[in-house]
Structures are given as C-alpha cells and as structure tokens.
Design a protein around this ligand. Structure first.
Ligand code: SF4
Length: 222
C-alpha cells in the first residue's frame, strides 16, 4: 500500500515545476552536508549556493576551533551560530567514527556509531535522522512537523504512528533507496513550507489530487 502511495506522490511532484528534480543538489562533502543540516538558515536567507566557510568545512578544523569562532563562521554564512557547541561534539564523533576522510561518502556506518549519534546530547531524533539521510546517505526517514501534517491530512499515517512505523512506511515504500527517500523528503519539506502549514492551501498544492474526498483530514479530529 505505501509503495503505491509513494509512487503517486512522486508522480504528482514530478509534474510540479519545483518538484523532485529541481530540489537542491546533493552537493559538498559528507561532512559539509552534515554541517548544513545542523546549522539552520536564518529566516528569509537563501544560502544553498554559498560554500561552507572555514573552519566549518572540515571536521578537524571544526573540532579544533573555539565555539565562538564556529558561531562567527556560521553567522557569516547566514546561519544561526547557536549550535556551534553541538558541531564540535559531532566533529569528535565524526573523526572517531570515520577518521579524517572528508570527501568520501562513508559506506561503513557501524550500528554502534549510529547508536552514539542518536543518543548524542542536544541532538533531536529528527536532526539525527536528517544527518543519516543527507550526510551518510542512509535510508532513514526524518519525522518532521511538515511530514506529519502532510501524512496525517492525507490519511497515509495515523497520528498515533510511532517512529518504527514511520520508518517502515517510507523505507518499505521506497524500496530502501536512500536517494529516492532524500528526494521525496526534500520535496515534502518544500510542500510543507509552501502549502501545508497551520492552514493548508490545498487549492494551489500539487498533492491536492491525492486528498481523500478532495479535502484534508482534520488534524484536531479524534
Ligand atoms: S493538498 Fe493540502 S493537505 Fe495535502 S499537502 Fe497540499 S496543502 Fe497539505
């Protein structure tokens, strides 16, 4: 069932001008992609095309830099510097897990490394999953507010669904293909920002044809 739904969503998004293939490219080293996930862009600033600045772009430099220096670099990049301390912790984890390789995509991500990442203080389950999906190219689904709204309003997942059910739904539905998951995740995040906020704008949304009975389900309904 979920495979069918995901295929329908992908088809609807393909037809959308800003759909799956126009989403930000999977650029930069694995570490730079991690940094991009951790440091949130400031509201209204588009930073996708700017290079990740030093000392953020290399895990050794990040580990060795003072947190204030990292925060300044983040601010100069148009991002919040409030997670500079977390980045240092992540740099330690990265170097212990993968060594100093920074360009290659780590393929051998051991379960204990993932366990440490998921248990890291100050790292939400959503951010841990986004790091796995984007930086490590693992088949993991980040459960974001945008994804929840869209899935619940369409009736694809029940609000009581737990973390494992989310993983199973999306990973099974995309045949465990990390690239496919990432494209779908990026597109749904964009849909969430543009159309599916607190008040859904279904009339303009590319996923409108997939609504049951043409109407979104009420998020507040029992
Ligand atoms: S059709 Fe409506 S409920 Fe569905 S994603 Fe778009 S805005 Fe949200």
């Amino acid at each position: 069932m979920s495979e069918t739904v995901i295929q329908q969503v992908e088809a609807a998004l393909e037809a959308w001008a800003e759909g799956l293939h126009s989403i930000a490219p999977h650029a930069g080293s694995a570490w730079e992609r991690l940094v991009g996930e951790v440091l949130e862009p400031r509201a209204g600033r588009r930073t996708e095309r700017q290079e990740c600045p030093s000392p953020l772009r290399d895990p050794v430099e990040t580990r060795n830099a003072h947190a204030d220096e990292l925060a300044d670099a983040a601010e100069s990049w148009g991002r919040s510097g409030k997670r500079a301390g977390l980045l240092k912790t992540l740099a330690e984890w990265w170097l212990e897990t993968f060594g100093e390789q920074d360009a290659a995509i780590p393929r051998d991500v051991r379960p204990e490394a993932v366990e440490r990442l998921e248990g890291m203080r100050g790292l939400s389950p959503e951010l841990a999953a986004r790091i796995q999906l984007r930086a490590l190219e693992m088949a993991v689904w980040p459960v974001t507010r945008a994804a929840q709204r869209i899935c619940f309003r369409h009736g694809w997942l029940d609000p009581s669904a737990d973390y494992d059910e989310w993983q199973s739904y999306f990973i099974r539905g995309s045949s465990g293909d990390a690239d496919r998951l990432r494209a779908l995740f990026d597109a749904l995040q964009r849909i969430g920002q543009k159309f599916c906020g607190a008040r859904p704008r279904c009339e303009d949304c590319p996923l409108q044809p997939l609504l049951r009975n043409g109407q979104p389900l009420d998020l507040n309904a029992e």
